[in-house]
Design a protein around this ligand. Structure first.
Ligand code: MRU
Length: 354
């Protein structure tokens, strides 16, 4: 499908050696591109969520490694020293956000790509730039495959698909995972529609998902997070598809806070609940969701909306950014290698072997 918005969330600009990204802090009020030219600025861009969404921050990490390599190469041409300093930068970049494993995956992939290459420092810098661009391009291809596999699961013509947070073009390099499924489904049947959860506290659903879908003329209705049960009870939701930040070897899945509630409500109402994610989101080094580190975010995200306090001063606050949906509530995991079904320990292993 050739979708109209043509969003490219993050892109390496070769003649400037910068990473150009959509500033997601100002969407939907503005659509502004920013150039990130140092690895420290890349760390900040990921941490402050100028770039967000698991696959997109993975590519940001990959570009961050290329920027770090350029910086280190301007100080040393000694390969061992270069690799030692780059390894430190890799750890630093990976510490910018803890939950989405795509960040660790992409940064490690970059380091592994050069560590035993035996090339000169300048050659390794070029290798990192080219490899970052390759990962960037592959992301869109992977999302299109996820979209096409997911579109096959839409249960009826004119279906209503509910999603949470933003797992769209702006959470990836382009096309999206959960919204990739929506885009592919809509290409086959233009009576498909979306219900988008607002997604408190940062409102990625209201700000970003609705922005993308309205731009693509895909019908979308915004609801608040607590409304999903109401609409499911009325038979108005046919399918739930969300993205993921990290999937354990047993299929337990971390995604934006509120996803777990949604999965419970969907299961109660027999509405199929799917995860759409690339294999790079699956962390086979951990057995279950209990091992997934959950990011604790600023309390102001909860106490304030658009800079204005919405609660009594001094109230206690807690703000985990993600929750873990147990595998037992997930009907299938839609990946670029096809749809994985329970038992996930086995289907995940098979998908990696393909
Ligand atoms: O905190 P965010 O906005 O980075 O969280 C994003 C999500 O939870 C997405 O659903 C997830 O990264 C999947 S993106 C394809």
């Amino acid at each position: 499908m050739d979708f109209k918005s043509k969003i490219k969330t993050i892109e390496w600009i070769k003649d400037k050696n910068v990473s150009r990204m959509v500033d997601q802090l100002v969407v939907p009020y503005e659509y502004k591109l920013v150039d990130i030219s140092t690895s420290d600025d890349m760390y900040d861009a990921i941490k402050t969520m100028i770039v967000r969404g698991a696959p997109a921050i993975g590519i940001a990490g990959a570009h961050g490694m290329a920027l770090a390599a350029l910086e280190i190469a301007s100080k040393t041409q000694n390969s061992d020293e270069f690799l030692t300093q780059l390894r430190k930068k890799a750890e630093y970049l990976k510490s910018s956000r803890p939950t989405a494993v795509n960040l660790m995956w992409a940064v490690d992939k970059q380091f592994d790509h050069i560590k035993n290459s035996g090339k000169t420092v300048d050659e390794m810098v070029q290798m990192l730039i080219e490899h970052g661009i390759k990962l960037e391009n592959e992301d869109i291809e992977i999302n299109k495959k996820i979209g096409d596999y997911g579109a096959e699961l839409v249960p009826k013509k004119g279906a209503t698909i509910l999603t949470h947070c933003n797992a769209g073009a702006l959470a990836t390099v382009g096309y999206g995972t959960a919204l990739g499924v929506v885009r592919s489904a809509f290409a086959k049947d233009n009576t498909v529609q979306v219900f988008a959860d607002e997604t408190r506290p940062r409102q990625q659903g209201a700000r970003i998902t609705t922005f993308e879908l309205v731009m693509d003329n895909i019908p979308v209705t915004l609801i608040t997070d607590g409304m999903s049960g109401y609409f499911m009870e009325k038979g108005m939701i046919d399918m739930v598809v969300v993205g993921a930040d990290r999937i354990a070897a047993n299929g337990d899945t971390a995604n934006k806070i509120g996803t777990y509630n949604l999965a419970i409500v969907a299961n109660y109402h027999n509405v199929p609940f799917y995860i759409a994610a690339p294999l790079s989101t699956i962390d086979t080094s951990i057995e279950s969701g209990k091992e997934i580190p959950i990011e604790e975010r600023s309390h102001e995200e909860v106490t304030h909306i658009n800079g204005k306090s919405i609660c009594a001063e001094g109230v206690k606050v807690i703000n985990p950014g993600f929750d873990v949906t147990p595998a037992s509530l997930i009907k299938g995991i839609i990946t670029e290698k096809g749809v994985l079904y329970p038992p996930y320990n086995e289907s995940i292993k098979k998908a990696f072997a393909l």
